[in-house]
Design a protein around this ligand. Structure first.
Ligand code: DX5
Ligand code: ZN
Length: 253
């Protein structure tokens, strides 16, 4: 399996001290920073947009390689409500703001496709998950695709196995809570999705997000997850560096 990557979710940071909190997590041993972008439509909560992402980017060293240390892993919980604007609207903007890995939700992409006029060939092409991945790659970012608890994992096979490598995701995110808020209870019911992905794709980056901490990491690691997002478990700890080290150990053993 690929190496362990620990990605603190900055949703649990103190937003009045965001830059400081981000650089602190890197000093404490984080590999990536997980940046939750919420629009109040795809999920019932709102967080931050490009101006804030680009300001905190300046507080953390850029990764020297794709998926290297300092990667800004932007988890895009957004959908385009002013259709027919397609979901790639934000791709270029987030690239400019300093996003390295743009992880969109399968459900958001597909709902835009469904709401698009099927005779509008250009928009239809742009809104399919594969085309969105291609577009993210063209912008020079890594591409991730996320699924919510209610979405079956087998919708992903055809996308991950795209004939054209430009249309294949670099990472899959399996949500282990209903997205929207930090501090929710881990849903072990989602782990068979992780196991099925790991079985088919030994080298794929598989991320889990929601309710991860010292009490749940073993199950997630056993299922085959290697990219671990944790918000409250890291930011709420007495010694965040120790939690980061223990999460990494659990994945590596
Ligand atoms: C939830 C977000 C998560 C969240 C995780 O919608 O995607 O990244 O911050 O928080 P914890 O680790 O506290 O469950
Ligand atoms: Zn997230």
């Amino acid at each position: 399996a690929p190496p362990a990557i620990i990605a603190p979710s900055i949703l649990s940071a103190n937003f009045a001290n965001l830059g400081h909190d981000c650089s602190k997590k890197m000093e404490e041993g984080a590999d990536w920073l997980h940046v939750d972008i919420m629009d109040g439509h795809f999920v019932p909560n709102m967080t931050i947009g490009c101006p804030v992402v680009s300001q905190i980017r300046g507080c953390v060293d850029r990764p020297s390689e794709p998926c290297g240390r300092g990667t800004f892993d932007c988890h895009m919980m957004i959908m385009e409500v002013r259709l027919p604007l397609p979901p790639h609207k934000w791709v270029g903007e987030f690239k400019k703001a300093g996003c390295d890995l743009y992880c969109f939700h399968y459900e958001a992409a597909v709902s835009s496709v469904a709401a698009t006029d099927p005779t509008d060939k250009e928009t239809t092409a742009r809104t399919s998950p594969k085309q969105l991945i291609r577009y993210i790659h063209e912008e020079g970012m890594q591409a991730g695709i996320a699924i919510k608890p209610d979405t079956p994992v087998d919708v992903l096979w055809d996308i991950i196995e795209s004939e054209d490598p430009a249309e294949r995701p670099d990472m899959v995110l399996v949500m282990t809570v209903h997205p929207g808020f930090g501090g929710q209870k881990f849903m072990a019911s989602e782990l068979p999705k992780v196991a099925a992905l790991r079985k088919r794709y030994p080298d794929l980056n598989i991320e889990v997000d929601g309710g991860l901490g010292l009490g749940t990491i073993e199950q997630a690691a056993d299922a085959g997850a290697n990219v671990i997002v944790a918000g409250s478990a890291i930011f709420g700890a007495q010694d965040p560096g120790d939690v980061i080290a223990k999460l990494r150990e659990a994945v590596q053993k």
